[in-house]
Design a binder for this molecule. Structure first.
Ligand code: SAM
Ligand code: SF4
Ligand code: SF4
Length: 338
């Protein structure tokens, strides 16, 4: 196993999130509100987006520095044409233990089989409610629940397992539907992860009052479907885990607002245009595309990446926990993909 590089707090580099596009076919109110991301919005032009060869080269270098888990994200990763080709290019990289993808599920009926054949191990599908009206309000009326369920079924049939479901919980928006969602996931054998609504980006008008604390989420589910806590799978796992007392299934909680986990954060994020971010709440990244396209050698690129991680001191969520107002000028979620 490669000895990972470490940052200023001795945190190892273990995970790489690769955002392959800033575009999306949904307009989730908490991520890409339709009023802002309308037809006049300027997405990145194609020439500025890294090619699959460029992504693969950078990934190989980052894996050499310690990353063992790769997650493809976006925007919506499945709107990037021929994503399967990228999966097939990343799969053989020596040292990668896990290759997965987070998607809104809309395009999975067409894509699940080819993604699996290209070497994708497993998948996370976002689904915030089983109530169609609630879900449509959340996604800017771009998709029905039915459509996402079809995508999840396609992923299951293609053998992408285990399937995880992500649900962002917002008070007064979808929190009244979480028990139904938990019950459905339990019955279907999916691991559902409830995510505290975060102050990522600057456009969703986040307020602390909109957050339903993980503790409350657990209590509300436990009251109907009894739960008990279980250990994390590994030290840098961000989800708190609970299993059902009847032995059938488990849930995860991503409590980044009320129980921040910066001390164990081992993630590096690559944006579609080749910037590296060391935190989800970063105000700026480091451009790797310019040196890459100017002909930098692997050694030169590796030196830059090493330096970025070595200098890293991010612990935004821990600092924010002591405050009530979010930081300004943060990178947007649809840009670096969560
Ligand atoms: N489009 C894909 C999707 O929705 O799954 C991948 C990208 S999306 C940015 C990754 C994850 O971030 C999704 O599960 C989404 O629900 C979550 N997310 C987006 N904005 C968020 C916010 N403000 N707070 C918490 N989670 C958020
Ligand atoms: Fe698109 Fe995912 Fe953001 Fe929703 S959360 S707008 S599906 S990128
Ligand atoms: Fe990691 Fe930044 Fe999130 Fe803390 S706030 S867990 S450092 S991404």
């Amino acid at each position: 196993m490669i000895e990972p590089i470490r940052d200023q707090f001795r945190r190892p580099l273990r995970d790489l999130r690769i955002s392959v596009t800033d575009r999306c076919n949904f307009r989730c109110t908490y991520c890409m509100p339709a009023e802002i991301f309308n037809e006049r919005y300027q997405f990145l032009p194609r020439a500025q987006i890294l090619t699959f060869e460029e992504i693969t080269r950078l990934t190989r270098l980052i894996v050499r520095l310690g990353a063992v888990k790769l997650r493809i994200t976006g925007g919506e990763p499945l709107v990037r044409e021929e994503l399967e080709t990228l999966i097939a290019m990343l799969r053989p990289i020596d040292g990668v233990d896990d290759l997965t993808l987070t998607t809104n599920g809309f395009l999975l009926p067409q894509k699940a089989q080819s993604l699996r054949e290209a070497g994708l191990n497993r998948i996370t599908v976002s689904l915030d409610s089983l109530d169609d009206a609630v879900f449509r309000r959340l996604n800017g009326n771009r998709s029905s629940v039915e459509k996402v369920l079809q995508g999840i079924t396609a992923a299951r049939q293609a053998g992408l397992a285990p399937i995880k479901i992500n649900c962002v919980v917002q008070r007064g928006v979808n929190d009244h539907t979480i028990v139904d969602l938990a019950r459905w996931a339990k019955d279907e054998g999916y691991i559902i992860r409830f995510i505290e609504y975060m102050d990522v980006g600057t456009m969703n008008g986040w307020r602390l009052d909109d957050v339903v604390p993980a503790r409350e989420i657990v209590e509300r589910i436990h009251a109907v479907l009894p739960l008990e806590p279980i250990e994390r799978n590994y030290r840098s796992e961000v989800a708190l885990r609970y299993r059902y007392q009847d032995g059938a299934g488990e849930i995860g909680l991503i409590a980044s607002v009320t129980m921040p986990f910066c001390g164990a954060c081992s993630r590096l994020r690559l944006s579609p245009e080749g910037e590296l971010f060391t935190c989800l709440f970063a105000t700026q990244g480091t451009d790797l595309r310019a040196p890459l396209r100017a002909g930098a050698s692997d050694e030169e690129l590796e030196t830059i990446i090493r330096g970025i991680w070595a200098d890293r001191t991010d612990r935004y969520s821990e600092v924010r926990a002591a405050q009530t107002t979010p930081r300004d000028h943060k990178v947007e979620m649809y840009h670096i993909g969560g």
